[in-house]
Design a protein. Sequence first.
Length: 228
Amino acid sequence: SGPAGLTAAAFLGRELFCVTVFESFPLAGGVLRYGVPDFRLPGHILDAEIGQIRDLGIEFKMNMTVGQTVGFEELFSEGFEAVLLCVGKSRPKFTDLTGSDASGVFYSQELLLRANFSTEFFEKEFRYQLGSRVMIIGNGFAAMDCARVCRRLGKDTMLVFEGTEEDFILSQNEMAYAKEEGVVLDSMTKPVRIEVDGSGRVKGLRCRRMDFADKNGEWVLVAVPDGE
């Protein structure tokens, strides 16, 4: 019941198909519900949009994991004539950055899912694993969402990325909001490796300063000498 599933259900419902949406989580919405913070997409707005889809006659069955709770053979035996898989991208794209498997290193999907799934659980269990200072690598929506979530937990939060602020795939307004909340943007900074202590826990992020240089008549980013 993420963006693809909801969209497909809405179009099929308008064509008067009988549609049932199966969702493994307690609430519908997929990444819209569990991967986007409430300050970007308030839950009541998402509920209203899903309500319009329900009004088309779409049935939602929650806490149902196809392949475990129910199988494909069972679905077809119950009279379903087609199955559309819209399972999304729930697994992160793992980085090859040295030290990324250390304790204290998290991926955006994990942090945002836990923060959105249960505020009480996140406050009790997860916020203390983050420590008091958080470094975030990236320049997209997920990176900024993580940064703003961490700031709202009172963490000193810095977001590092290799290019300039103009390379951010975000609006200027959103970047301004993040800065107002206290997120530090460290541009022209390329992560080199994650430093790990003797117990296998992250203790720092080694980076390299970048700058523009002329290469065959084209401006390109290059490492600054002695810039680690």
